[in-house]
Design a protein around this ligand. Sequence first.
Ligand code: MCA
Ligand code: AMP
Length: 514
Amino acid sequence: MTHNNLFSALRAAFPVDLTATAVETDGGLRYSWQDLDRATAMMANLLQSLDLPEGSRVAVQVEKSVEALMLYLATLRAGFVFLPLNTAYQSAEIEYFIGNAEPAVVVCSGANFGWVSKTAFKAGTQHVFTLNDDRTGSLLERAAHHSDQHQTVARQADDLAAILYTSGTTGRSKGAMLTHGNMLSNALTLKDYWGWKKGDVLIHALPIFHVHGLFVAIHGALINGSKMIWMAKFDPKRVIARMKEATVFMGVPTLYVRMLAEPALDKAAVKNMRLFIAGSAPLLIETFTEWQQRTGHTILERYGMSETAMLTSNPYAADKRYAKQTERRGGTVGFPLPGVSLRVRGDDGQEMPVGEIGGIQVQGPNVFKGYWRMPEKTAEEFTADGYFKTGDVGKVDDRGYVTIVGRSKDLIISGGYNVYPAEIEGYINEMKGVAESAVVGVPHPDFGEVGVAVVIAKSDAVVQPENVLAELKAKLANFKIPKHCFVVAELPRNTMGKVQKNLLRDQYKNLFSA
Ligand code: MCA
Ligand code: AMP
């Protein structure tokens, strides 16, 4: 029985005509469904030939390419656990992930092979392959020697399919363990809820190392047998140019903001499009409204997490559970998806009345299995009756629409990427001459929100803001670097001595006003 392996479900949705195009790169390369089938078989055979223990992790830090997509599918197909890593991560970050996940296989770019392989071998990894974005690398060379026929490895719904690291408010990143069942249930729900239909074509312009680009977008297209127009990097001009041949687009709010800055975006450019979906960060109402005015399309905003995949969505068509609501309401994230139970709880765990604000808790077949090797942390994040505490703060109105009003977790979402202040502050506090620091998120016209560092120097030291930023840049993924640094005499504190980040956020809120 192979039907609980997510790959089997995706494979079963391939169209009958396997010679049709499954993926077309913006550079003009075409991959048929047969290409996907055969290449993933070869890679899966390669992985299986390594005699890896059951449940082995395959950690991957490579540039976006169709071959990288194939590696993801091949890992599922061979029954192993995929662990994607953002290409912006630098050595200290990679060292932590590899040390924590102990992958049996690591795949990196040829350019990074030197330092990544050293880190991997030190952590006990036995196999390090390279994969470049120009169809070269040892992974493909080795896979070429394997058969293009492969029997998908049987997996149960509860078996792990992927681990996604999410940073923690305190301490280090946690690996969210997602199962085949989590992802398949979410993919099937979204196929139905978003009205995926024959002939749909998705423009894929997101990175493929997080839930949005890797799961929501890729599973969405594949489970519907839909072609993808594949862009290695987001370029607003290219996306607009290709809309004539596409029907569905998914993006974080920054992508919509950047497309709105293009004069070519008008009603004619989008006339073939059926659906624009946004998520990963709050979509400003101005962006929502401007998009409606310019294109005639209403963006459908949805909400999810690495731990849960998608949780809520504005309606595509009438949602019968909510008096046939069809309206996509800007500023809201819509309704809980079918099968998802969502509730709002107060500080003492009490149920909040309709329209009142509290912590969002969720339950459903999409909710993850727990954090990798962190049973206590996992237990802390679930209620006694099995609801996952999202850390998001919100409310549900009398029509059932969910609105996110904030976060109880100290998190900055910048251009759709999560940045945890505690991690940045930890690095700054270790710098020479620094006594203390606070990193806060402030509004930004392009990225939605960006980090600002506020630093206090030791009494006898002089700290230059540009040096703080330069030192951070040498150690951390570039999107985590605060966009500004202030060195000040003191931080605002409450009577308990705790830094009042709300006052700092308020003080710097207009720093990047358009
Ligand atoms: C790039 N830079 C950023 C960001 N991206 N700064 C802050 N936040 C960012 N997100 C900075 C770099 O540090 C660099 O600065 C400069 O911008 C140019 O870098 P480059 O890589 O060329 O940037 P870009 O190509 O313009 O990228 C912007 C982007 C990208 C396209 C918006 O960030 C992106 O693809 N974001 C999508 C993230 C995503 O997929 N999130 C989904 C997570 P310097 O020159 O100073 O070094 S999944 C999720 O959240 C949940 C589950 C959900 O609900 O979906
Ligand atoms: P991640 O850890 O990358 O999975 O990010 C998940 C977080 O992104 C959620 O807990 C929310 O705080 C945020 N998020 C995702 N979608 C939305 C949205 N549509 N509106 C507001 N916040 C969102």
